[in-house]
Design a binder for this molecule. Structure first.
Ligand code: WA2
Length: 281
């Protein structure tokens, strides 16, 4: 290949990849800010008012009407912090029992309804979903602390007061690889330097959003021309030696590759976009 052509190909790939990575990152960031604002909405109008100004119907309607603000999310939900000593009262008040997350075959092989799930076994505390966007109505009444990734996210969100992301994992029902973003909601305004114990004690609940990666990255890339030209992969590279593929086909060829960094706002997680030309030179 001519030296100019080689240079031109490299530059084209670099630019296309950086553009796509920037778009994905910006859309992620926009969604994240809106999920944060939703957490403040729940804090103000559910916990901050007596009686609460939010019920499932209001939450579903508001989140549906503002879905355009969260372009990469498949749904948002709110889970309450419930200690075991409060469980009986909580279940009576809501008229349902706290459920345990289904086994893989319950959640993946077919659509289950929350009614089919087993009640949660006795635990120190729970995080049952009380409000949700209709798109994730299958998680109502499920204890989100019964799922490994959700559990870790909840603990980290409330101890830090920051928006936190899970590693990629198979989301319930959709069976697609995705990540969950979680913000904790507290019963008082906490100082920046509050200890994690103060934060845990002040926790009221957890506002979370799920990002269905295959679906949403596909939608984003469709908006750009030249899908025929390049192959895009997105990886969680938190563990450098074992990257997790979140989007894109398995690629083994060693043709020209460009890597763009992705910043999804959680310093504990690292992500990258990898781009290649479809056609070999
Ligand atoms: N939301 C939607 N689908 C899921 C999921 C989830 N978590 N976990 C597995 N599949 C209510 O962090 C609190 C949302 C969890 C928030």
């Amino acid at each position: 290949m001519n030296k100019n052509t080689v240079l031109w190909r490299k530059e084209t790939l670099d630019n296309m990849c950086d553009e796509r990575a920037r778009m994905l990152q910006d859309q992620f960031n926009v969604s994240m800010n809106h999920v944060h604002a939703l957490a403040i909405l729940v804090s103000t109008f559910h916990h901050g008012k007596n009686p609460s100004a939010i019920d499932q119907k209001t939450f579903a309607e508001y989140t549906e009407r503002t879905a355009f603000e969260r372009p990469l999310t498949s749904g948002v939900a709110y889970a309450l912090k419930v200690l075991h000593s409060e469980r009986e009262h909580f279940e009576k008040e809501h008229g349902w029992v706290i459920k345990k997350m289904g086994t893989e075959d319950q959640s993946m092989v077919r659509d289950y309804t929350p009614e089919e799930l087993d009640p949660s076994p006795v635990k120190e505390e729970y995080a049952p979903v009380i409000f949700c966007q209709e798109t994730v109505s299958h998680i109502v009444s499920i204890d989100m602390m019964s799922g490994k990734e959700d559990h870790e996210n909840i603990l980290r969100a409330r101890a830090t007061g920051k928006g936190v992301l899970t590693s990629p994992f198979k989301l319930l029902k959709s069976n697609h690889l995705g990540v969950v973003l979680t913000y904790a909601i507290y019963n008082t305004e906490l100082p920046q330097d509050a200890t994690s114990q103060q934060r845990i004690d002040a926790t009221e609940g957890y506002l979370g959003a799920s990002y269905d990666f295959p679906l949403l990255v596909e939608k984003l890339l469709h908006q750009l021309a030249s899908k025929q030209t390049i192959v895009v992969n997105v990886f969680d590279t938190t563990n450098q030696s074992a990257p997790i593929s979140m989007y894109g086909p398995i690629v083994t060829d060693t043709d020209l590759l460009h890597i763009s960094n992705l910043d999804f706002g959680d310093p504990l997680r690292k992500h990258e976009m990898h781009c290649r030309f479809k056609q070999k030179s």
